[in-house]
Write a protein that binds this ligand. Sequence first.
Ligand SMILES: Nc1ncnc2c1ncn2[C@@H]1O[C@H](COP(=O)(O)OP(=O)(O)OP(=O)(O)O)[C@@H](O)[C@H]1O
Length: 309
Amino acid sequence: MENSQYAAEARDMVKRFDGKLAVDGVSFSVPRGSIFGFLGPNGAGKTTSLRMLLGIIDPDEGSRTLLGADQPLTVAHDVGYLPEERGLYPAMPAKEAIAFMGALRGLPLKEGRARAVDLLENAGLGEWTDKPIRSLSKGMAQTVQLLGTIVHGPKLLILDEPFSGLDAINQGKLEDMIRAQAEKGTTVIFSTHVIAHAERLCEQVAIIAKGKIAFAGAVAEARARLRPIVNLRTRADEGAWKEALPADAKKVGHEYHFELPASGPEPLLKALIDGGAGIETLSIERPGLHDAFVAIAGEAAAAEMEEGN
Ligand SMILES: Nc1ncnc2c1ncn2[C@@H]1O[C@H](COP(=O)(O)OP(=O)(O)OP(=O)(O)O)[C@@H](O)[C@H]1O
C-alpha cells in the first residue's frame, strides 16, 4: 500500500472522551506532495484527529491510513510531528536536541548532528548550535523543535498549530520552510485557527467545527461555492439601470454591494451603461477563503477563528 496516492486518509473517525464526542465521523484525504490545512476553532477536534492519524491514539470507530499503512506507527520513521505542546530539554545544546529528535525517528546520531549544523545555519541560528535550549528565545526554541521534526527527511510532516507563539517574521519563515518541504515532495499537514495561513499556503483544506468536517477539498472549490461580490458606485441616483441590481443589493453611502448575478458581468455592465448609471467605480471581487469559511462553517465558528494567533 506504500504507493497509495494519499499521504493520509481518514475514514469516518470517531473519538469520545468520557462518553463525550470530540471527533464525530471525520473523513478527509491528503494527496501526496500537497500542503494540507486543517482549519477549525479551538476545541473543534483538530488535535484529536491528528493524534489518531499518527497512531498516538486509536479511533473508537472508523479507520485511517498513513503513507498507505493501516498501522500508522509502522511508518513512524517517515513521519515528522510537531505537537501542540512544545518542549525540549532545556540543558541540551540546540544541535543535540535536533539530533536527538532525529534519532527517535531512526536517524543515526552522528548523521543527525551533521544535518543539525546545516539546518541551524540555514535557519540563521548558526551561532546557537552549541548553546543550551534554555538560552534561546521562545521563537528560536520553536524553530529548533521544527528543525528536529524534519532532520530525518520525513515523507510526511504533521504540524499542530505551528504558527502559534511565533511573531510575524518567524511566521513568514515558517511559511517559507513549509513551502520548501513541499517543493522537495514532502506532504505537509498543518492545523490552524488562522485562516490567512491556510489561504497563503494550501490548495487543499479540511474545515472542522464541533468535531465534524464541514468541508474537505480544494480551496478553489470552497471559494467557488460563493459568487463574486460587486462593489459599484454610480453618478446617477435613479434610472432604469437600478433594475439590473439584485433586490438584496446593500447600499452603503453611495456604493452598492451585491453578489454578481448568475448571468455574469456582461449583462450587468450592459444594463448599467444602457440605463445611464454613470459608473464611477466598479470592482468584482472573488471571495476569499475567509468568506468561504463563514458560508461553510457559520459566523460563530469564523468569529472564534479570528481570535488570537
Ligand atoms: N485526552 C482528552 N480527554 C478528555 N477530553 C479531551 C481530550 N483531548 C481532547 N479532549 C476534548 O475533545 C475536544 C476536541 O479537542 P481537540 O484538542 O482535538 O481540539 P482542537 O481543535 O485541537 O482545539 P485546540 O487547538 O484548542 O487543541 C475538546 O472538547 C477537548 O476538551
